[in-house]
Design a protein around this ligand. Structure first.
Ligand SMILES: *Cc1c(COP(=O)(O)O)cnc(C)c1O
Length: 401
């Protein structure tokens, strides 16, 4: 059987690859040759796993959600990435990449960020490892995500506001790639999701695969079998979903459900549902589904959730969708908001708005779930950063039904 993981050429079906300017070719080749031997070495594994345990706080709990299970007629477990240091799954990847950067002899770190979550994770590991760090961030986002900007600065990172384009994540990424082109020898570019040129999508998925590795033994302990019937996760670029499905992607007993950001609706013109609304194109070094006009201009995405507001999607996920390995559901702003309030009231957990999209998939599945079905849903992050948005919508009609 063909695997849904990356092939030897860096592709997932027709998606993936490394489409980079000539000046970065050597850089990307070096990384391609180095990443597997390093991350599979015993030395790396020990350092990585020690930090995940003692610094991040792993393993993250697999929590049986009793009241949500009753509501949705299944056995629902929540994978609690919200309990990680810095409040989301992004730190798993940032720690892995900075260890890799050090082992490759790099001395300077750059990153892009939209909402600031990946920027904070990167600034955090740079403080930990005493590495200089520059984070590119669209000027619009610098204004919108003021607290995360201050966090990054307090951690010692330089935040570079990008004034081109719409001054959001896509523009920040372009600028980070430009920086990398100018400093290919000493700089390591820590990408925050399963996007970018090969080997990034595979590398990030492997570094996040600690999520599914833990789900396996945790389910064995709790259910006496190491696989669920359903996995549910939200998708921006795809890293928490990639980590959640990694060890199950070729196990067809496990159904995969991905929630992308519908925004105001897939056909409204205000959406970030790239799999539903995108077409084949190349963005940030990778061939994947992209939200673009007929002549290839990127369409600005929209979602209430800054972490899902990206006009592309990882090649792993585009291929899973195309091959019908995963069911992809666009979850609109209002559905995500309702789901966030529901989890808060039923379980006392305030989820990130991104994670609320995964929770918003549950009402869509209710008709097909059986009481004995084991569902594992990844809560990718905590909701403290989204409190202003939640407060602005707390009196919306139907929010607490
Ligand atoms: C960044 C972020 C996401 C989206 O990114 P993926 O790479 O798709 O996981 C989801 N949830 C949280 C909490 C985030 O910070």
């Amino acid at each position: 059987m063909k695997s849904f993981l990356v092939d030897e050429n860096g592709f997932y079906g027709e998606f993936g690859g490394a489409y980079v300017p000539e000046i970065l070719y050597k850089c990307v080749e070096d990384l391609k040759k180095a990443y597997l031997p390093i991350i599979e070495s015993e030395e790396f594994k020990k350092e990585y796993n020690d930090l995940l345990r003692d610094y991040v706080g792993r393993p993250s709990p697999l929590y049986f959600s009793k009241r949500m299970s009753e509501k949705y007629g299944c056995k629902l477990y929540l994978k609690r990435e919200d309990l990680n240091h810095t409040g989301a799954h992004k730190i798993n990847n940032a720690i892995g990449q900075i260890l890799l950067a050090k082992k490759m002899g790099k001395t300077r770190i750059i990153a892009e960020t939209g909402a600031g979550q990946h920027g904070v994770a990167t600034a955090t590991v740079c403080a930990l490892m005493n590495m200089p760090c520059r984070v590119y961030m669209g000027a619009t986002d610098v204004k919108r995500q003021h607290v995360n900007v201050e966090r990054m600065k307090m951690l010692g990172a330089e935040v570079f506001p990008v004034e081109s384009g719409n001054m959001t994540l896509k523009d920040a990424t372009n600028e980070a790639i430009r920086d990398w082109c100018c400093h290919p020898a000493d700089t390591f570019y820590i990408i925050g999701s399963t996007v970018g040129p090969h080997p990034y999508p595979d590398m990030v998925a492997r570094l996040q695969s600690v999520i599914s590795k833990e789900i396996k033994w945790q389910l064995m302990e709790k259910e006496g079998r190491d696989y669920p019937d359903y996995l549910v996760a939200c998708v921006g670029g795809g890293s928490n979903a990639g980590g959640t499905v990694y060890h199950y992607v070729d196990d067809l007993r496990v159904k995969i459900v991905l929630a992308e950001a519908g925004g105001k609706g897939v056909d409204s013109g205000l959406t970030a549902a790239t799999i539903a609304a995108g077409t084949l194109g190349i963005l940030h070094g990778s061939r994947s589904l992209v939200m673009q006009t007929e002549d290839g201009q990127i369409i600005e995405p929209y979602s209430i959730s800054a972490g899902l507001d990206y006009p592309g999607v990882g090649p792993l996920h585009a291929n899973m969708a195309q091959q019908h390995r995963a069911t992809v559901l666009p979850i609109n702003d209002d559905e995500a908001l309702r789901a966030a309030f529901e989890l808060t009231r039923l379980e006392g957990i305030i989820p990130a708005l991104e994670s609320a999209h995964a929770l918003g998939a549950l009402p869509h599945l209710k008709g097909q779930l059986k009481p004995e079905d084991v569902v594992v849903l990844t809560v990718s992050g905590r909701g403290d950063k989204d409190l202003d948005t939640y407060l602005a919508h707390k009196d919306d009609p139907g929010i607490l039904d």
